[in-house]
Write a protein that binds this ligand. Structure first.
Ligand SMILES: *Cc1c(COP(=O)(O)O)cnc(C)c1O
Length: 370
């Protein structure tokens, strides 16, 4: 009988003894926040690792999304996906913007570019797609539509740390891209996030906005918020960067083992591998089809009874929550693909420390039901 719970994810933590010297440095300097040494070093190291030029780190991904929209003066309506974590749409409401939900492509689970144009109105100012599970959006098609209607594009890239297409980092696309470094993500600083800007002026404005709008000691240029990351988290992020490649290798091995074991299992569809040149294996989503002996929810419950805590990312859809369900675009007839996927999806545990033994236990539990 298994007693240790296996969660869908576990934060990736480097050895504590590697972190202690960094903490000592912070204690000595007495500089614990407000763009200290580690803050600057972490931003520079992230640019270097990710292959981008301008990055602003944040206290969390949600504040980064809210600030990204504010920095580009986005207003009116923004086209987005219902198949995401609720923070995607919440960032719009926090800016008094109306979300307009467009259905997803059932193959990529990303915003379907073929459905975007029909949702554009004179009020539309931007598109906010999500690189769901780290699968790159159709960035070319989205850019083409944005350009022909003069819209901004802000990517919620919370799942896309380290993902590359043939041209380099996926984060270079759009007017801005936003990362999350939450503990559940591939790369974490416990809580954290970042905005990738195309140029130094945009980064500068974003840096003002995350610091109450201060341009200098006595000048407040905008209604900024407190979105700053502290030194302890920045130091942790810097350390985490040294281990991320190893973490990605381990994730890839777990992904391959699941694929091999679940291949051909009746009633279970494993989504195809990431189309990206370099993926990050951030999630392991499966679809529980109607010919599986248990419904998706019953499989979820059964796994739970066996101490395996899978997650229904993303169910319910954002469009089902009370603050969104009244919108015309939130009606289920408008979002058939998103509803179909939300009712079948289950994300299995995947994280670097998941042992082969625990993974075998997860697989055999599913197989014993099938
Ligand atoms: C995690 C996540 C966020 C929110 O990031 P936080 O750092 O938790 O605030 C936003 N969008 C998506 C798609 C996410 O998965």
């Amino acid at each position: 009988m298994k007693i240790n719970p296996i969660y869908v994810t576990q934060p990736y933590l480097p050895p504590l003894e590697e972190f202690l010297p960094l903490l000592e440095q912070i204690w000595e300097s007495k500089r614990v926040t407000n763009a200290g040494t580690f803050h600057k070093e972490f931003e520079a190291a992230l640019c270097n690792y990710l292959g981008v030029e301008h990055i602003s780190i944040f206290a969390n991904g949600t504040l980064a999304l809210v600030t990204a929209l504010q920095s580009l003066n986005i207003s009116g309506e923004v086209i987005t996906t219902p198949y995401s974590f609720v923070a995607t749409a919440h960032s719009l409401l926090w800016n008094a913007i109306s979300p307009v939900f467009v259905d997803i492509d059932p193959d990529t689970l990303n915003l379907d570019p073929a459905r975007i144009e029909a949702a554009i109105t004179p009020e539309t100012t931007a598109i906010m797609p999500v690189h769901c599970y780290g699968t790159p959006c159709d960035v070319k098609a989205i850019r083409r539509i944005a350009d022909s209607y003069n819209l901004k594009v802000i990517y919620d890239a919370a799942h896309a740390f380290g993902v590359c297409d043939a041209g380099g980092s996926i984060l270079r696309h759009g007017d801005l891209s936003v990362l999350s470094f939450h503990a559940t993500k591939v790369f974490n600083t416990f809580e954290g996030g970042a905005i990738i800007s195309p140029d130094a002026d945009t980064k500068k404005r974003i840096d003002y906005l995350k610091n109450f709008g201060f341009a200098d000691e006595t000048t407040v240029v905008a209604l900024g918020i407190n979105g700053k990351m502290n030194e302890i988290q920045a130091a942790f992020g810097l350390l985490q960067l040294k281990h991320i490649d190893q973490a990605l290798v381990l994730r890839k091995q777990i992904d391959s083992a699941y694929r091999e074991a679940l291949k051909g299992l009746a009633g279970i569809t494993v989504l195809p591998p990431n189309i990206a040149t370099k993926g990050n294996n951030s999630y392991f989503p499966i679809l529980v089809e109607t010919d599986f002996p248990l419904s998706r929810d019953n499989l979820y419950m059964k796994l739970k009874e066996n101490n395996i805590f899978a997650r229904r990312y993303f169910y319910p859809l954002i469009s089902e929550f009370p603050m969104y369900q009244g919108l015309p675009s939130a009606q289920s007839a408008n979002l058939p693909a998103a509803h179909a996927i939300a009712n079948k999806i289950l994300c299995l545990p995947i994280y670097p420390a998941l042992s082969r033994e625990d993974q075998d236990y997860i697989i055999s539990t599913i197989k014993s039901i099938a």
